[in-house]
Design a protein around this ligand. Structure first.
Ligand SMILES: *[C@@H]1O[C@H](CO)[C@@H](O)[C@H](O)[C@H]1NC(C)=O
Length: 168
């Protein structure tokens, strides 16, 4: 009986172990809900701008899309390095209606989550939705709207949702 019990426990441990050590689910960030169709079905990727620095740029090419995961409320890009690349929502210290999203070496900003399949930042920190603009990398780029200002959206920009599209 004792032998059977330990066998069962051994089996249970063997089943539990891979679950406990499994890595967090990775996803792509895909734009949806834009009134400008050109700004839909685009994937966010890390566009290198300097050592340890990236802008959040969007592309229709899924092979260029970055792989993202949550660690607590930090959103980390998996750029195949030994250290993490955190999503940074640049602080609104300049009375602007929107601010850039960066992907820099480190843990990035707190307050990211996926609700349903909707990727978002913290409203308490000022998040008022995502904005995609045709910008200075000659490509659509990701910004967040500050919820405390009412933005006049230029015709080159669209409000979007970012859908977490899980990678198998
Ligand atoms: C995840 O968060 C924990 C706690 O802040 C931290 O110690 C750990 O290094 C983070 N993991 C990654 C991959 O950055």
């Amino acid at each position: 009986m004792k032998f059977i019990t330990s066998l069962v426990m051994l089996a249970a441990a063997a089943i539990a172990a891979p679950i406990a050590s499994s890595s967090p689910k990775h996803f792509h960030l895909k734009s949806t809900g834009a009134t400008n169709a050109e700004h839909n079905n685009l994937y966010v990727y890390a566009y290198h701008t300097g050592a340890g620095l990236n802008d959040a740029v969007l592309t229709s090419d899924i092979n260029t899309a970055s792989s993202v995961y949550l660690n607590g409320t930090n959103a980390l890009f998996d750029l195949k390095t030994e250290f993490p690349w955190g999503v940074v929502a640049v602080g609104d210290t300049n009375y602007a209606s929107w601010e850039p999203i960066l992907i820099n070496a480190g843990q990035g900003s707190d307050g990211f989550s996926v609700k349903g399949n909707n990727f978002q930042w913290s409203e308490a920190s000022g998040f008022g939705g995502w904005l995609v603009c045709d910008w200075y990398h000659n490509a659509p780029q990701l910004f967040y709207l500050n919820r405390y200002y009412s933005a006049t959206i230029p015709s080159s920009c669209s409000k979007v949702q970012l859908q977490a599209e899980y990678i198998n």
